[in-house]
Design a protein around this ligand. Sequence first.
Ligand code: SF4
Length: 342
Amino acid sequence: MPSLNFQQGPIRPPSEAESLLIRTTQGCPWNKCSFCTLFEGMSFSIRSVADIKRDIWAAKAFYKQRKFTTCFLQDGDSFAMPTEDLLEVLATLKQAFPELQQISSYGRAQTMTKKTATEMKAICDAGLNMLYCGMESGSAQVLKKMKKGITPKSILKSAEFAKQAGMKMMTFIIMGLGGKELSDDHVQQTAQLLNQINPHEIRVLSLAVKPGTDLDDMVQKGLFTPLTEQEMVAEQQALIEQLQGIDSQYGNFHSINLLMELSGRLPEDKASLLSTIDRFFSMSEAEQNNFILGRRTHYYNALSDMNNRLYFDTVQQQLSTLSHLDPQALAAMFYQLRQRMI
Ligand code: SF4
């Protein structure tokens, strides 16, 4: 295969694995969140329209006859582009890849709310019809502590803008982002904001603190207490319980999450999502530990995988070598295993 002669950024959402990737911006315009190292050391820039258009045609030549129906615009915020530039890029994309049905991008609330409703509509009509929103929490306290640089008010406003323009919206939520200190507020306010937004899709991630981040520093100083695996599941249980009056798709797709089977459509699957969580909590502590270790060592994908006797016994054997650890030390070890997954 010939080598790529167009730019590719470092990240894309997992659901965009089969999408055409076109880079409109480099890095993140904010780059200050306490837990994030995605664009560490990279300063934000908007690529020139000429360079992006050159990349689009280079991608067209590279993929030859391949037809793409979805495209993701990298990196952190295509809405930071002047609207007329973004419209020109979208027009070129449609010209080069006429089969595209969905074009998506990350968008920061603070950037999007600087556009007018007319501009947002024009962007959606030109093809950018799906927005990924890294909301992470609906709690003003959590957003402030994590230095997200956005507020529940700006998230809601940008969501309204996007939806009024006709865009689909996928929101990311991070369980455990309030730590033990702000856990209740994190869940309550996040549920409340999601209930107001009613996004097309809610995707859940579980926090693992990256070494070297500001958040890691807070942990070391005792200012942030990470949740255990069980506490993280309990948070998600409370979140699902409090989601009301919305018809969003709900999903756990990242392997950092413990219960990957927590996916479905609200409201019809709410009871089954909660019953999966009940199943986890109805297990003995030893069984829960077996499942956690099995998930973190890649033996299990779902609770039902514990029925595989070979896997179960292998994990149990590993667990028995840790029998000298008290519950706190075992939780700390699970925490380290989760950290290794980021
Ligand atoms: S806005 Fe997103 S990409 Fe930028 S620093 Fe925060 S979490 Fe990272």
